[in-house]
Design a protein. Sequence first.
Length: 332
Amino acid sequence: MTATVTGALTRARDLLGAYPELAAVLVAAVVGLSVRRPLAWLTAHQGINVLLAVLVLATAVTIVPAALGRLARGWRRILAAVLAGVTVLPAASWAAAQLVPAGPLRDGVLTAGLAPCEIASVATTALAGGEAAVAAGVLIGSTLVTVALAAPILTLEAGRGHFSPGGVIANLALVVALPLAAGLALRCLVPATRRRLATDRATAAASRTAVIAVAALVALVAAEVRLSAGYAAVAGALALFLVVSAAAGRLLGAGSAHGTRSALLLTTSMRDFAIAAALAAAAFGPQAAAPLGLYGVAVLVWGTAAAGVLRARAGREPAQVTPADPGTRPGS
């Protein structure tokens, strides 16, 4: 028995050593569940939005101009991901919600599939060595679709919905649009003769910044979770939804290059818990937003772990260099 436990601990230590980002977010989750009061203060003072803006800015700096050209060529897959996010995923979250007794908790689970892709999925795509530009394209497209269709879909699925998109649009403009534009502008200002060195430095700095920001984000979200016996069904339903959304992302990326495949997997399987919580509160009341904190922790841990595995796989694939931008690495 002792040998079995020792072996399991050794394997866990080796796993966390191989994927330091996963270790960071797991530690952050424990901290968030343990130290609630100061973290709750940060959340109440726009801590989550600040961290998300930092993530977007850091990731945008690593997107080279050549990647934007690949983004235009991959519009069909991006469109497919956006359409799946507004058809397959709402149906999946509705089905998963049926595992939860009727009431606010079921309503909260139902809204998970209505949210656009998680803002942090752009950063985890970069950590995975994927095409951050593709992830940004899916983020923008899915956000626009959510703003346009969330209320009608809520009305169809639950018979009620009172969602006003104005607040979401303003928030996303500050948290996503402005940092993304600033990061892309900064990258485009780098002279071509310095691009190789700038790419290496920007990628290294952005990776460190993203890991720190994601870990801090997990801590803030975990501090909002209030676990109880009634959450067992909620946890099962959210796990089922996460598995289905990951399978959908895997199918969307089938047959594509590693960078696009990673972007589609992560953006499809990671939905924005903060926007989902806003939808739930607006349509069903504040109690319905409670399960989305648990989903936020789960999806950030999943995304970070998946990014580590995908990055390791990318390291075993032949390197691809874009002639138009020497020194570019896949997904940079």
